[in-house]
Design a protein around this ligand. Structure first.
Ligand SMILES: Nc1nc2c(ncn2[C@@H]2O[C@H](COP(=O)(O)OP(=O)(O)OP(=O)(O)O)[C@@H](O)[C@H]2O)c(=O)[nH]1
Ligand SMILES: [Mg+2]
Length: 179
């Protein structure tokens, strides 16, 4: 099966890094110089249209990963990127406690417009003092059904674990719908 997966989350949460780490093709990146001074202070480049990568899971499953742009002014891309997606990874910067809640609008948007399974990745766990997944769950008020996984987007095994958890949910959900 060819499965389209969205990788989303707030500005600088690690979307481009996540896709870059795992993709077996050279990632199509659309990063440009960050336009707003405030955001540039944090990060020089930002994604303006999308990221695109691919990973073969096994003989029958290939994931196509689409990363959303970070800044709110590119929100119009979301609707286009959404189409046909079967699952969503929501990345959260767990190293910045006051930013965790910024992921909520992303979760709400994709729940309303897509209504497919999603996992939340508590990213940047390698940074000392990063908040644990359970804290991320509490801040975002997520039910026990939603997996909240520890993640280090620069680490291949970590990214793979997140994607396999999502794939499992997606296949389960597809099976339920077929019943
Ligand atoms: N220590 C650490 N740094 C990370 C991790 N993931 C991402 N980063 C860093 O966080 C910054 C933002 O990462 P990006 O991948 O550009 O984030 P993004 O979500 O694509 O950003 P936008 O497209 O601008 O929204 C970069 O400096 C990354 O190197 C991680 O797991 N650990
Ligand atoms: Mg990006």
């Amino acid at each position: 099966m060819k499965l389209k997966i969205l990788v989303t989350g707030p500005f600088a949460s690690g979307k481009t890094t996540f896709i870059n780490t795992i993709s077996e093709i050279e990632v199509v990146k659309t990063d440009e110089i960050t336009s707003s001074a405030e955001e540039r202070a944090e990060k020089e480049h930002t994604t303006v249209a999308m990221d695109f990568g691919r990973i073969t899971i096994d003989d029958s499953n290939v994931l196509y990963l689409f990363g959303t742009p970070g800044q709110p002014r590119f929100d119009f891309m979301w609707e286009i990127l959404c189409r046909g997606a079967l699952g969503v990874v929501v990345l959260v910067d767990s190293a910045k406690g006051d930013r965790i809640k910024d992921a909520r609008p992303y979760i709400d948007y994709f729940n309303v417009h897509l209504g497919v399974p999603y996992v939340v990745a508590a990213n940047k766990q390698d940074i000392p003092g990063a908040w644990a997944p359970e804290y991320v769950r509490t801040v975002l008020d997520l039910s026990e059904e939603v997996p909240v996984l520890p993640c280090v987007a620069t680490d291949r095994e970590s990214v793979k674990r997140v994607l396999l958890t999502l794939l499992d949910l997606v296949l389960h959900y597809a099976g339920e719908k077929a019943d």
